[in-house]
Design a binder for this molecule. Structure first.
Ligand code: NCD
Ligand code: ZN
Length: 481
């Protein structure tokens, strides 16, 4: 908290909001200059700004980080593209995404990251980074990555339509752990075991109806893969992050491994918190996912993991497919659904239902841990995920009490549908600000205004930009974790 001389002028002042800083929840006025948070002021403190936003009755949150999106660029832009995907993101309060490598071609080489950035530049409302992909037949390709291109690499241990590059070989997996230990890349896993599924397919045949899908892509796939990974972490000491944990057994194993001092972390998705097998029976292909949606007891366990802090972050696993693709026969229908727009509203709505005795301050503290400070810490995004002097001025104005439904015309993803259609959410994003400028503002109903698509590739920004004023470290820096 600083005093301020009346002559000091800021670019932007946000007055009157209850602010979730990342470490605290307080009444504050927030002053922004040069795209960064300049000062946190006592409410009503004397200050002058070019633009003042009054946000009484509202919460102000740090711009949220979604560390797991598939914006489908390059090669699959008929499913999603950066223009639509980033609109969906800012409409849901997300200002930073980390995009997955299973594109066409996949992101296997550092040069692929530069090509991808060239394709995206000028179309993104959000800042972005990329996860590198693990090429099962070319692990050496990971050697060329510097933190500018990626600080993390994702391997698929089971695959499907949009995930054809599967690391099946046990020797190669060991090799990955050996390399991972000294490459400095954090290893991310789609942790389902392809051998388990192949065995089941030989025995039963592939899923013939959506009801069979959970039975033939069961929890055993995830449990076997997670158990193998934990043994490898024990052997090699390489840190891992397990994506989209879907079952109670995986959550238990990973939490136990962490409690035993092993360097493991995990993510939970909004759809595994929001849907259960009963919904699959009703909604069929729409919520066909990899890993599958599981039972109520799994959902309860995953909620405990996000509320108690066992999960380090949440991701949307925003993985759009056209509805016409999704409703093909179960063997043909690709798993995945859009979710970056729904991620935060679904989390907040679910938290309220689960914890009716908790106040909004406490609920938003949990949300900002999972979508702000948590992923920022995991992925080296030092200037993101919190509101403090020197941080990027990525900010979200939230109406905490608004009840609303996601209608068709409000869906921003290129695929044009949402699994949450018909849901009533509580808590609505009114305005999203990135680098001190509004990128999303909701008018009446579904009408919305979007800003300039000048989001930056954070690798590049980290390498090029000198910090503005504050003397904080560059965003990505040269260190690897
Ligand atoms: C993802 C996709 O479509 O790219 N699908 C999904 O169901 N999660 C890929 C994946 O993570 O399996
Ligand atoms: Zn996955």
């Amino acid at each position: 908290m600083d005093g301020v001389t009346p002559t000091e002028t800021f670019d932007l002042l946000i007055r009157g909001a209850r602010v979730v800083t990342g470490s605290d929840v307080r009444w504050l006025d927030v002053a922004v200059s040069g795209g960064r948070v300049a000062r946190l002021l006592e409410p009503g403190a004397e200050a002058v700004a070019d633009t003042t936003i009054t946000a009484r009755g509202r919460y102000l949150l740090p711009g949220l980080i979604d560390s797991h999106v598939h914006f489908r660029t390059p090669g699959l832009t008929h499913k999603e593209d950066w223009a639509h995907g980033s609109r969906a993101a800012v409409a849901g309060g997300v200002t930073t995404v980390i995009d997955m490598p299973n594109t066409q071609p996949p992101l296997f080489d550092p040069s692929d990251a530069h090509d991808k950035h060239a394709e995206i530049a000028g179309t993104s409302l959000v800042d972005y980074r990329f996860h590198a992909g693990v090429d099962p037949s070319g692990l050496r390709r990971l050697e060329g990555f510097t933190p500018r291109e990626a600080t993390s690499a994702k391997a698929f241990l089971a695959g499907h339509h949009t995930a054809p590059n599967v690391l099946r070989d046990a020797g190669a997996l060991e090799e990955l752990f050996r390399r991972g230990a000294d490459s400095g890349l954090r290893l991310l896993f789609h942790a389902e075991d392809s051998e388990v599924f192949e065995l089941l397919d030989q025995w039963h045949g592939a899923p013939g109806s959506y009801r069979d899908y959970e039975r033939l892509r069961p929890r055993s796939g995830g449990v076997v893969a997670v158990a193998k990974l934990i043994e490898l972490v024990r052997g090699y000491g390489t840190p891992i992050h397990v994506l989209h944990v879907s079952s109670r057994e995986e959550a238990d194993l990973l939490s136990a491994a962490r409690a035993a001092g092993l360097p493991v972390s995990f993510e939970v998705t909004a759809h595994h918190l929001s849907f259960t097998a009963e919904d699959t029976r009703r909604m069929g292909a729409r919520i066909r996912l990899s890993p599958a949606i599981r039972d109520r007891t799994d959902q309860d366990r995953l909620w405990a993991a996000v509320i108690d802090g066992e999960a380090s972050c949440m991701g949307s696993d925003h993985a759009p497919h056209e509805l016409s693709d999704k409703v093909r026969s179960p063997e043909d229908a690709p798993p995945g659904l859009p979710g970056v727009q729904e991620l935060f509203p679904a989390l907040l709505t679910g938290l309220r239902r689960r914890l009716p005795e908790w106040g909004t301050d406490e609920l938003l503290r949990v949300a900002v841990r999972l979508l702000g400070t948590g992923p920022a810490g995991l992925f080296g995004l030092e200037r993101k995920g919190r509101i403090e002097p020197g941080a990027d001025a990525d900010l979200v104005v939230l109406d905490p009490e608004a009840n609303w439904m996601l209608e068709d015309e409000g869906v921003r993803s290129r695929c044009g549908w949402s699994a949450y259609q018909g849901w009533t959410f509580t808590g609505r994003v009114e305005r999203t600000i990135r680098a001190g400028r509004t990128v999303f503002h909701r008018d009446q109903g579904e009408a919305a205004w979007f800003g300039e698509p000048d989001g930056v590739w954070l690798g590049e920004a980290g390498a090029k930009e000198s910090p503005v004023g504050s003397g904080t470290a560059s965003l990505v820096g040269s260190e690897r974790r």
